[in-house]
Ligand binder design. Structure first.
Ligand code: LMR
Length: 396
């Protein structure tokens, strides 16, 4: 049976972290996979998470199954975290289902779309995170792209994006990243979001938001603003939420799918369909990370501690962006790198040719995506100047 199966090339992102781990050079710098690293290069377990986890271990009395849609406390916390003040008026029309990480939530959303409209088309930004396509196509959806990023200005191609969305057939799904766009770091401003959502609403498109970096751009509320604004304007919407980055729960696979229907009956149908879809793929999401997140968000002291830790990570990301831009400009006078601090979140596309990416990896041990996507959080303060010096000559 398996004779015909070929060995596949490594995953474009995860494969690079394997290569990085195997690189013996003490000078190596990992700017590939999107994980937060502190000044010493570690990906710490947040203090709020450690405290919640200790309390959880002490208190837990059973490992019996959670309800199919997940822990009620976790579902409620995530719903409020993402929808904020809009949560109250949307409660009836919404269901939140615990999922195995942001990827699990994205796939669960795709399965719901496939159940409602088999073979529906989902429009992804050009470019987008490389796993969006496989997650959506794996459920049977057709993929299309809309213009998003202008590599010459490192900014949003706002008019082309709007024109692209205007041409999309009504009833199609459009994937939107709420903030800290992966891989570009470019987010629409509020005016641009208004225009985008206007088109989404009048073309009767269904927005499918991916929010994987809430709190790592500006702050928890600002980073979810586009979703809250969309919820006011459209009757139906999906949101895939990840707790990997903002709670540092990466390997615990903690996330949720929020599904908004036109009324309470639709919300009930969405929940039952999502439970059925989950049951046929993995039965139910793992509990450990979700119960930690629930404790962190429910306990006022832990929640305050987490918000401080998160704000610190976001502020450090912004400082690293400033520092990298300044060092690039110093290393190559005449270069304008002001687009780097104007972007948000972990990622930016440097726009380097493929050969430069390979040379930097093989000769300077600097790891970044094949498309020259860099994870800014992979850069430590003491390495910024050296990395900038090595990158600068290759920039356009
Ligand atoms: C990334 O884009 O590097 C992260 O979201 C990790 C992943 O799963 O690809």
């Amino acid at each position: 049976m398996f004779e015909q199966l070929e060995t596949l090339p490594p995953d474009p992102i995860l494969g690079l972290s394997v290569a990085f781990r195997e690189d013996p050079s003490p000078a190596k710098v990992d700017m590939s996979v999107g994980i937060y690293r502190d000044r010493s290069g570690r990906t710490p377990v947040l203090e709020a998470v450690q405290a919640a986890e200790r309390a959880l271990i002490e208190d837990q009395s059973t490992k019996a199954y959670l309800p199919p849609a997940g822990s009620p406390g976790f579902r409620e916390s995530i719903f409020k975290l993402v929808l904020g003040e809009a949560a109250g008026s949307l409660r009836e029309r919404t269901t939140t289902i615990q999922a195995p990480g942001g990827c699990g939530a994205l796939r669960l959303g795709a399965e719901l779309i496939q159940r409602a409209a088999p073979g529906a088309t989902i429009h992804l930004s050009d470019p987008t995170w490389p796993n969006h396509g496989p997650l959506m196509a794996g459920a049977g959806l057709r993929l299309e792209r809309y213009p998003y990023y202008d590599p010459t200005t490192h900014s949003l191609q706002a008019q082309s994006m709007l024109d692209g969305l205007e041409a999309v057939a009504p009833g199609s799904v459009v994937m939107l990243q709420a903030s800290c766009h992966n891989p570009t770091g470019v987010d629409p401003d509020r005016g641009q979001w208004q225009a985008i959502l206007e088109v989404v609403a009048h073309r009767r498109l269904v927005p499918f938001f991916d929010i994987a970096y809430q709190g790592l751009g500006d702050d928890l509320d600002t980073d979810a603003w586009s979703i809250r604004e969309a919820a006011r304007r459209v009757p139906e919407m999906l949101v895939a939420v990840s707790c990997s980055k903002n709670l540092g729960l990466y390997r615990e696979r903690t996330g949720a799918l929020i599904a908004l229907g036109a009324d309470a009956g639709r919300a009930k149908a969405l929940e039952s369909q999502a439970n059925k879809a989950a049951r046929s793929m993995y039965s139910m999401a793992p509990s450990h990370g979700a119960l930690i997140a629930e404790r962190v968000m429910a306990d006022p002291a832990l929640s305050a501690l987490w918000r401080r830790e998160l704000a610190e990570m976001a502020s450090r990301l912004r400082s690293l962006r400033e520092a990298l831009a300044a060092e690039i400009e110093a290393a190559r006078p005449g270069t304008d790198a002001s687009w780097l601090p104007a972007q948000r979140g972990m990622f930016s596309l440097l726009g380097l040719p493929a050969e430069a990416v390979t040379t930097l990896r093989e000769q300077a041990h600097i790891y970044m995506g094949f498309d020259s996507r860099v994870n800014i959080a992979g850069l430590s303060e003491d390495k910024v100047a050296e990395v900038a010096r090595l990158i600068a000559p290759h920039l356009a």
